[in-house]
Design a protein around this ligand. Structure first.
Ligand code: FE
Length: 205
């Protein structure tokens, strides 16, 4: 058995503005925990390949068991991590603060400029919009992804992560993603985001 990855509890107990408890329960308990389960299943299946017990010669880019597992591995693992980043910066009052606020003003000219750009990126993406510390550029960047394993940039550390899949908002907002993103910003935990940013910006390549 591969080492078990344990799902994390929601880091906040309070109800959010706009985003219902029902949505959060489904999102965390069913969808997120489902990715954790699959991540563990895939890790178990890959262990045989890692330890030389399964045939590596059949590896093939069109179809092979190893290919299917490797594709599932990045989908499930990013599904777990991206949701953890998302939950980690929710559950507070949305009041921008700290070194992260200073850095955003420096880069974007104002907090309003950043918020407008970030929200638009959330409208432009099919899965994720992520404010990240790009360790190669040593700069804050907003990257987007259309699936858990598409569009991400290696070497970028997520600081503020926005889930724009329909499951994140459809129960509460119908197709009004814009209203969901507005409320997401109101629930942001800038203290938690600053903890990540302060550590991330020390990493420079
Ligand atoms: Fe999600």
């Amino acid at each position: 058995m591969a080492k078990l990855y344990e799902g994390k509890p929601l880091p906040f107990k309070e109800s959010l503005i706009g985003i219902s408890d029902k949505t959060m329960a489904l999102h965390h308990d069913i969808l997120y925990m489902g990715y954790v389960k699959k991540k563990n299943e895939i890790a178990d299946a890959l262990e045989g390949f890692e330890k030389g017990e399964k045939d590596l010669a059949g590896a093939n880019q069109t179809y092979s068991e190893l290919r299917a597992l490797k594709d599932g591995e990045t989908f499930a693992t990013n599904g777990v991590y991206l949701h953890e980043y998302y939950f980690n910066v929710l559950g507070s009052d949305g009041k921008a603060s700290g070194a992260l606020l200073d850095a955003l003003i420096e880069k974007f000219g104002s907090l309003e400029n950043f918020a407008a750009y970030f929200k638009a990126c959330g409208m432009a993406a099919r899965g994720w919009a992520v404010l990240a510390w790009d360790t190669h550029e040593a700069a804050l960047k907003v990257y987007t992804g259309d699936a858990h394993n598409q569009g991400g940039v290696w070497g970028a550390i997520p600081v503020i992560t926005l889930d724009v899949y329909e499951h994140a908002y459809f129960i509460d907002y119908g197709s009004d993603r814009k209203a969901y993103i507005e409320d997401y910003m109101k629930n942001l935990n800038w203290v938690a985001a600053n903890v990540v940013f302060e550590a991330a910006r020390l990493v420079k390549r």
